[in-house]
Ligand binder design. Structure first.
Ligand SMILES: Cc1cc2nc3c(=O)[nH]c(=O)nc-3n(C[C@H](O)[C@H](O)[C@H](O)COP(=O)(O)OP(=O)(O)OC[C@H]3O[C@@H](n4cnc5c(N)ncnc54)[C@H](O)[C@@H]3O)c2cc1C
Length: 349
């Protein structure tokens, strides 16, 4: 009898985890309530981040490892990463005076990255679409942009090629005997269950007796424009307040993404983005809304639940930069399950 594992949720984290378990020889079944990519995994800004949360957080460690693993997995599995950089222009004398402080702060949050202060002409050479009001700029190298729909499709195909399956089903509880579904049926025969249910993960963990987790669900809005097609991610000079703030982000299909704006959409924020460009953006072609699942202390929570028949791992609060961290979260799940010397995307870890 082959060893069987189950994963709840076919987002980028669940699919990467399923692939990692299949790599260990498990026959994996992924249960998805709606369809693969129905959650935040296709409703995000598509950025592989470099600047990370402050030290000491899982989000920082796993996003850094994930960004590295994405480069290996993209080559192995066949999805595209557009390599790019972040540019933050200083548009006023005050912002220009603050630029060295901003550069030092970014370097502290991304010690492994190249962080440089650019002259006006260097900045405009790297990003010709920047506003001519640019006085100087700070640049952080090493960013990536993916097409999360292409990534999800690639992961679904890769899982199919291992003989594992993605089935439709809403899991209401993980029990020592197996998975229980909304209609009361029980699916037995798994020795591993991974809860990667995104927005629904805290609820599922609690229903499964894995503890109680408070999460906040915060909406984010992104607007997509037909152009201009940028070379770099351009962000406004940061202002005090929570969150990374949004940016103008070039997409793989040539469109321009503005955002995300968190909470209520404020007209002023969009105008702030467009002041960064020398020409106004082209036609707005879409608006995308996603939900960020934010847990206590704004960190990723990974908790295990061992019973004689079943080892379960619950992933809670997988907010931004969860897309960046996804392959590293899969490796972290293997470690939590007690597997050592894991192979991932053809690489021994
Ligand atoms: C607006 C926005 C912008 C973002 N931008 C970035 C970015 O640029 N870079 C970055 O790194 N991160 C970004 N993020 C974060 C990133 O998108 C998420 O961290 C990541 O997609 C989480 O993936 P996931 O697989 O954990 O969850 P999800 O993609 O939400 O997947 C969970 C899946 O589980 C299914 N499900 C839920 N409950 C059940 C159940 N009971 N039974 C079966 N299935 C169930 C859902 O239908 C869903 O398909 C952004 C997030 C938002 C909201």
């Amino acid at each position: 009898m082959p060893l069987r594992a189950s994963v709840v949720g076919a987002g980028v984290v669940g699919l990467y985890t399923a692939l990692a378990l299949a790599g260990l020889g498990y026959e994996v079944v992924v249960y998805e309530a709606v369809e693969p990519g129905a959650g935040a995994s296709t409703r995000n800004a598509n950025v592989l981040h470099v600047v990370q949360p402050p030290p000491g957080r899982n989000r920082r460690r796993l996003a850094r490892a994930g960004a590295r693993l994405h480069r290996i997995c993209a080559e192995r599995l066949g999805y595209t990463i557009m390599e790019t950089r972040l540019i933050i222009p200083a548009l006023t004398p005050i912002e220009e005076a603050m630029l060295p402080v901003l550069g030092a702060a970014l370097k502290a949050l991304a010690p492994h990255a190249t962080v440089k202060i650019l002259s006006r002409s260097q900045a405009l050479k790297l990003e010709p679409a920047l506003t001519r009001l640019t006085r100087r700029a700070v640049m952080v190298d090493g960013y990536g942009v993916v097409d999360s729909r292409e990534l999800l499709k690639t992961l679904v195909e890769a899982i199919g090629s291992t003989g594992s399956q993605i089935l439709k089903g809403t899991v209401s509880r993980i029990t020592p005997r197996g998975l229980q579904f909304g209609d009361g049926t029980l699916e037995e025969g798994y020795s591993i269950a991974v809860n990667a249910a995104g927005e629904g993960a805290a609820r599922l963990a609690e229903a499964s007796g894995a503890g109680s987790y408070k999460v906040d669900l915060i909406g984010g809005i992104m607007k997509l424009y037909s152009g201009p097609s940028l070379e770099s991610i351009i962000a406004p000079f940061p202002r005090p307040g929570p969150g990374k703030g949004g940016a103008l982000i070039p997409q793989l299909d040539g469109r321009l993404l503005a955002g995300p704006s968190w909470g209520s959409p404020k007209g002023g924020l969009w105008r702030r983005y467009f002041r960064l460009l020398s020409e106004p953006p082209e036609r707005q072609v879409a608006e995308v809304r996603g939900v960020r699942t934010v847990a206590r202390k704004r960190d990723f929570i990974l908790t295990t639940q061992y019973t004689p028949g079943l080892r379960a791992v619950h992933l809670i609060g997988i907010e931004s930069p969860g897309l960046t961290a996804a392959p590293a979260l899969a490796v972290e799940v293997l470690k939590a399950l007690g597997f050592k010397d894991n192979e991932f995307c053809g690489m021994r870890l």
